[in-house]
Every structure is written in C-alpha cells, then in structure tokens.
Design a protein around this ligand. Structure first.
Ligand code: XLS
Ligand code: MG
Length: 346
C-alpha cells in the first residue's frame, strides 16, 4: 500500500461572495480583503487563488510600477499569514474591451487588450511567487454560431497562448474549461479540448488544465473521468471541487452537496493518481447559498473540506479486494450496492 499523503486546501476571495445573482442584489455586506485573509487563516486553509484584479484592484488604471508595488505588498501579507499564493487568473470577462470575447474578439484592439492584460497577469504571478496562471476562457465562444469563425478562433487562442508562453519561460498555463455560461457554446468546453489545444502551442508541456467539478457536469461528463484523463497526461495542475445539480446555471454548490457518490469517485480518482504529491492544491470554487446569513458565511468552505476529508476516509477504507472479486464475477449489481452501503456507513 502506498503511504497515504495529506492534501492542502485553497480558495479564492470570490468564494466569500455577497449573494448577488442576475435577479437580485447582494444579501451580505462586502468585506475587505484583509477580513477574507483572516477568515482563511481561521479556517486553517493553506493557499489563496487570485484573479489579477483580486491581487491588484482596478488593474487597468494602474502603471506597471504600481502593479509591482501592490503585488509585493500582497506577497508580504500572505507570507505573514502563512498562506501560499496558488495561482493568478486574468479576469477577461468584465472590461468593456471583452464584451465580444477576449482573445477571440472580432475587434483587433480588444484582442490586443486581452493579451496585454494576460501578460500583466503573468507579471503579477511572478511578483507573487507562483508559476501558475489559470485561464477560464469565459467569453471565448459564441452566442450564435454565425457571429465568429470557429477555425479562426482556434488560431487566435493558440496565438494568445503562444504570446503568454513567450513572455515568461517558466510560467505554466492551466486552462479551466467550461462548456457554457456566459456563452451559449464555449470553444474549449472539456479537458480533452484543453489538452488538445496545448499540442498546437510553442511549448505544449507548459499548457495543462484545471478541472472544475461543476463544469464537467455541465458538459455531461463525470468529473472523476476528467481527473483520470488529465492525470494520465500529467497535466492536472489545479482543481476546483464543488457540485452541480444537473444541466442548469453554474451553481458552485458545496463539494458533495448534490451527488455524494460523484464526489466520492472524484476523491478516489485523485487518490489513485497521487494528486497533490507535486504540490498541487485542492481548491474549492464554492459559493454560499444566497440566503446565507453573515454569521454562517464561511460554512460552505468549512463543509466542503470536511466532506472531502470524510470521503477521503471512505476512499481509503473501501474494500478493494471485495470490489475486485465482484468485478471479476461481473456482479455489478452487488458492486453498486456495496458502494452505496459503504457511503451510508454500513
Ligand atoms: C467560473 C470559474 C471561475 C474561475 C476563475 O465559472 O469557475 O471562478 O475558477 O476564473
Ligand atoms: Mg472555477
């Protein structure tokens, strides 16, 4: 038996969100970054993930000198708190320049903005001391098929990735696929797409992926299979565990909330592939339910990690020998029931 290893946990400032949705305003008052960092420490988490403008608010209006100064201050704050910086992701879906997409916008000026912003994001990652940049390609897709040329979009995505890889010889890019929302169809909807486009870049070995459970489910896939697939390539460099109840808007529910068995199988997949052994973090991209009161604001993060650790015990105490015997006998009905009863504590 390989020695069980321990996992390290991470979340982002946006995971302490205020409850706004497309139909209504916030339900909790905004809190400062310092408050969020305090909560992270109190919860005993290990790392924080960032959007570029979580690290440097109002980034577009700031000079490179200012960017460097603010990032260095943040780095100090994190190291004083004993929190590692996990990754930085360019927020390419907010600006007036990314209304029609970022790298695949039909407007060359907007495409240039997206690239410039991504290079600054890489600079932030450098100043902060992480070599990981995450790309959630929010608006790289279409609302209607005729609005963009799909083939040209693939070329534009490769060109953008190449510019980032050339900007910094050490940076690693993790593509976070999501099939829809805000777009009708995204160009890189699955892990297969992310790893395939990596092969077209100037340095394929520095382009990997990040799996988010909810995004895989929205693509009609089992996140555990996505984990096995990415890890077969050695390319799962980050992970957003959460949950999703079927094909609807991105719910970012607490890990295991909608389907404990699917969550169990993700933990099993992480275990069998040794996720975390190269320093990767388990991040929870979860949000509080909108009705959550201020005094319960951290529960979704505490609960997600708790569920993860309980499922880890379940994965480690699963009777593999018995399972193998049932598999050899092709007795999948008994295997199915065995899993259910194991999860129910029988
Ligand atoms: C949105 C994504 C986003 C990324 C970070 O659906 O999950 O939060 O994880 O840019
Ligand atoms: Mg995510």
């Amino acid at each position: 038996m390989p020695k069980p290893h321990s996992y390290r946990f991470c979340f982002g400032p946006w995971n302490l969100s205020e409850g706004q949705d497309p139909y209504g305003p916030t339900t909790r008052p905004a809190q400062s970054f310092d408050w969020k960092l305090e909560q992270m420490k109190a919860l005993g988490y290990d790392a924080m993930m960032f959007h570029d403008d979580d690290a440097v608010p109002d980034i577009d209006g700031k000079s490179d000198t200012q960017l460097r100064k603010e990032t260095k201050e943040l780095k100090k704050k994190l190291s004083d708190a004993g929190i590692a910086p996990e990754m930085v992701a360019p927020r390419l879906w907010f600006s007036p320049n990314t209304i029609d997409g970022a790298y695949t916008s039909n407007d060359p000026k907007c495409r240039q903005y997206a690239i410039d912003r991504s290079l600054r994001c890489i600079d932030i990652a450098n100043y902060l001391g992480t070599d990981l940049v995450v790309l959630w390609l929010a608006r790289e897709g279409t609302y209607l098929r005729e609005a963009k040329n799909g083939r040209r979009s693939v070329d534009l995505l490769v060109a953008a990735l190449d510019k980032m890889l050339a900007h910094d010889k050490k940076i690693r890019l993790s593509i976070e696929p999501k099939p829809n929302e805000p777009m009708d169809h995204a160009y890189l909807p699955t892990i297969g797409h992310a790893l395939a486009i990596a092969q077209l870049t100037r340095d394929a070995k520095r382009v990997g992926c990040l799996i988010e459970s909810a995004h895989a489910i929205l693509a009609g896939l089992d996140p555990a299979d996505e984990i096995d697939f990415a890890m077969a390539f050695g390319k799962l460099w980050s992970l957003h565990l959460n949950d999703q109840n079927g094909l609807k808007f991105d719910q970012d529910k607490p890990f295991g909330s909608a389907n404990l068995r699917v969550a169990f199988n993700q933990v099993r997949a992480l275990e069998r592939n040794g996720y975390g052994k190269k320093g990767e973090f388990v991040c929870f991209d979860v949000h509080p339910f909108r009705p959550t009161k201020v005094e319960h604001w951290l529960a979704h993060l505490d609960n997600s990690r708790r569920t993860f650790l309980l499922l880890l015990e379940k994965a480690r105490s699963f009777n593999e020998r018995q399972a193998q015997a049932l598999i050899a006998d092709r007795n999948y009905a008994a295997l199915d029931q065995m899993v259910l009863e194991h999860l129910m504590g029988k």
